[in-house]
Design a protein around this ligand. Structure first.
Ligand SMILES: *Cc1c(COP(=O)(O)O)cnc(C)c1O
Length: 396
């Protein structure tokens, strides 16, 4: 009863927003709150739910949460409490995990591009597992973390992911085999391979080409006498952005099925979900700043939000990730529009090639909820390009 009253009051405070009276914890919190700038609200219970689902599906694999997807302290703390391990890319991410109580042995330094001083710093703090995809990186590790365990990252030639991570990372199979030998020469302990299938790989069977390639390299390394104990399958676990995806547990189980078919018993399998862990736990609360037309005959409205490409929505680049939008007027007549951010940069257009449907009555001041934005938003937000405030984060 009291809840209904409060929600009723919230409705009076912001008549443009229709709160879901008995909707999710997240929606209730948003409906009851005022925000003075674009804000990402993250439901930690939802993160926990994803962790449990992924963990059930991944079975014997160890989860190393990819910190870059959402490094909010509360998210890391909740995952530490759940027993997650972490994939960190920098000294800052390692320090964050340690500060939230993660044990050094549960943190891998997974970036293939590391500063020597950061390698030394991490080694000093007890981090023992490092990634590499080149001779020079192995030399840095050998010098600053002598005897460390290393895995070699393989390039993924073709990716069907919506946000591929190819080209920049990894090396080809023959180079990878040479690097295992070189690591041994440098008195490091080469333990295995890693790869990343590409972020937002919507269906489990899209992993097959990458896993087949990896399996061939794995066998070649064994044939050359290397004892491999670590298979790091990276991230790629998808989030719902409007196109159908499998539920996290079923997806993870299907991927593990494909892994087992190809690799049998491997001592240690690591998985590094980022997006799949946190995206669906977050909603961004944004505001419409302006709705306009460029001429009287213009068929398209331009809708400008107070958040854009530089304040958290970087993954709209190439319109690769299409976020779902929700307003308090979604029951009214809808029409297409071009969606843009607030800054004075013409690259700050979110969706134009495929216009977005928004209510025809939408106007300045109206709230816009951007769904499933818990991953790769706060970390992409600039300090405050053009004076527009960076994305705020609230964990509930
Ligand atoms: C970014 C990253 C991940 C997370 O990828 P998602 O697609 O978000 O799951 C995992 N591993 C490495 C090495 C990464 O760089």
């Amino acid at each position: 009863m009291e809840m209904t009253m409060t929600l009723h009051n919230a409705q009076q405070r912001d008549p443009r927003l229709v709160p879901a009276p008995f909707g999710s914890r997240l929606d209730t919190y948003i409906a009851l709150s005022d925000f003075d700038r674009p804000t990402l609200v993250v439901d930690l219970d939802r993160v926990e739910q994803q962790y449990r689902a992924l963990s059930a599906g991944l079975g014997r694999a160890t989860i190393h949460y990819a910190v870059k997807a959402n490094p909010a302290e509360e998210v890391i703390a909740r995952l530490v409490a759940l027993g997650s391990h972490f994939d960190a890319a920098s000294r800052g991410e390692i320090a964050l995990c340690l500060a939230q109580g993660a044990r050094p042995r549960d943190i891998s330094f997974g970036n293939t591009i590391k500063k020597p001083s950061d390698i030394a710093w991490a080694w000093d703090r007890g981090i023992t597992l490092f990634a590499a995809d080149s001779e020079e990186e192995l030399e840095k590790i050998a010098e600053h973390a002598p005897g460390a365990r290393v895995y070699i990252r393989l390039i993924v030639e073709t990716s069907e992911a919506d946000w591929p991570l190819t080209r920049k990372f990894g090396c080809d199979a023959s180079k990878a085999l040479e690097l295992l030998d070189y690591a041994t020469d440098l008195s490091l302990e080469p333990v295995g391979f890693s790869f990343h299938v590409g972020s937002q790989t919507r269906r489990a069977e899209m992993w097959i080409p990458a896993l087949d390639a990896l399996a061939a390299t794995w066998r070649a390394a064994q044939a050359a006498g290397h004892e491999l104990s670590v298979l790091n399958i990276g991230g790629g676990f998808p989030a719902f952005y409007g196109e159908e995806i499998e539920a996290p547990e079923a997806y993870a189980r299907a991927v593990m099925g494909l892994v087992t078919e190809r690799f049998g018993e491997v001592a240690h399998i690591m998985a590094e979900p980022g997006r799949g862990m946190v995206a669906e736990a977050g909603t961004i609360v944004a505001e419409t700043m302006l709705v306009s037309r460029k001429s009287d005959r213009d068929v398209h409205r331009w809708v400008y939000l107070d958040i854009g490409r530089f304040s958290g929505l970087a993954e709209t680049e190439g319109e690769a990730i299409r976020y779902q939008l929700e307003t308090g007027r979604d029951h009214e007549a809808m029409g297409p529009c071009i969606l843009a951010g607030p800054s004075c940069d013409s690259a700050d257009v979110l969706y134009e090639k495929r216009p977005v449907m928004l209510p025809l009555g939408l106007k300045s001041g109206d709230r816009v909820l951007i769904r499933n934005t818990g991953a790769y938003t706060s970390t992409y937000s600039s300090v405050g390009f053009n004076g527009f405030p960076p994305l705020d984060v609230v964990c509930i």
